[in-house]
Unconditional design. Sequence first.
Length: 445
Amino acid sequence: MTPGARITAAIEVLEIIRAGDTLAPADSVLGDYLRQRRYIGSKDRTAIAAMIYGTYRNRARINWWLDHARSKPRPRTLMIAYLLLVERMDAKQLRALFDGYHYNQQPLEKPESVLADRLAGQSLDHPDMPEAVRGECPGWAEAGLRAALGERFLEEMAALNKEAATDLRVNTLVGTREEAIAALAEDGIFAKPSLYSPIGLRLSGRPALGGTKALKSGLVEVQDEGSQLLALLVGAVPGMQVVDFCAGAGGKTLALAAQMQNKGRIVAADVNARRLERLALRQRRAAAHNIERRPLATERDPWVKRHKDKFDRVLVDAPCTGTGTWRRNPDAKWGRGGIDLAELTALQSEILDSAARLVRPGGRLVYATCSLLAAENEDRVAAFLAGHAEFRLVPLSEAWPGLLPDAPMPEAADAGGYLRLSPARHGTDGFVAAILERQPATETA
Ligand SMILES: C[S@@+](CC[C@H](N)C(=O)[O-])C[C@H]1O[C@@H](n2cnc3c(N)ncnc32)[C@H](O)[C@@H]1O
């Protein structure tokens, strides 16, 4: 593809996202677009994706400039602004790409031409920009993130706006970390042990993993180091009865199966049966044989009541705004329909209340989200504890040595007893988790 044709493809994808009436994530729209165009080669795919994600990563500042130039943020103007402000093209280079030749975009219209002359040579940042714009923080999350991050707000926002490294979890049902490093090296991929997760690897660069022996044989799974730590905090051991209540496609379920060495039982439950189906394929490849998939009608499905007090460990990886995953999904910040935080937090409490019924006396419930907002974490847990005197928060520092005796606890990760991971501090996605223990049954005479 020519550079101009790549720009056209990127604008087409932005148009499809804009025209859709759902909040389809950019990666799934782009994936569908590329599947229908198999002729687009890998270098072109990478370049197209970089432009699309570039418009999202820099959206607040691009919009600020468009607003100042009285231009609407349409896909074509967004791309023009991106190429000038982020890719640092000059107006002449831009016009050469927008010349209508073959697959190139049509030449700039008058207002676009005025815009191009206005933006060319400007730097993306401007001293008049409000802090939230400089930090690429959407309005709906600003107050909550400022409250959660305090003076680290801008630093964490910058880290949340960078591309994440690729992390792998070694599937100990198939092999060791050393074997995984060696298998990846055979495919020319350099991996080093993660800082905190004893079963993690961090890759250098962004290598294509699809065809590697390590991935195809189930020896490794792509999983952020923070997600790995969260699964380890559950403390599932061989022989236990465990529920992964919001299992989705089973990223953490598979990690739990490996901790349990296939002994005992894990129920992977979710209201989304299609996501659970994806787990069916993954568990075969991962040689995980102790997982039972349980589609739920709602969080109050009768299955929950029937299994009251039956489980040693219950993980609730609750649906959330995903503010901690913006490194991977920068488009999630700018969702069109807006995010109904009150509705989401009510659902999180419903899920937590219902899933807690599954925990046996003396068992543990781990509540986690990939959001940094207190409204989705500490506030939910505080509300839960207020209504459930039989549970207590086990402070992270108290639980860590028993759960991960050989791994260093990430610096400042214990925030008031909760695990709090963030990209600037720990190089992981943002996660918050609470370990809640149900009192053991008291002996009655
Ligand atoms: C953060 S995702 C889980 C990701 C998954 N644990 C993993 O590691 O890949 C949240 C999940 O909660 C599920 N969910 C949403 N509402 C639910 C409900 N009312 N009861 C149970 N699960 C729900 C969603 O379908 C989604 O799969």
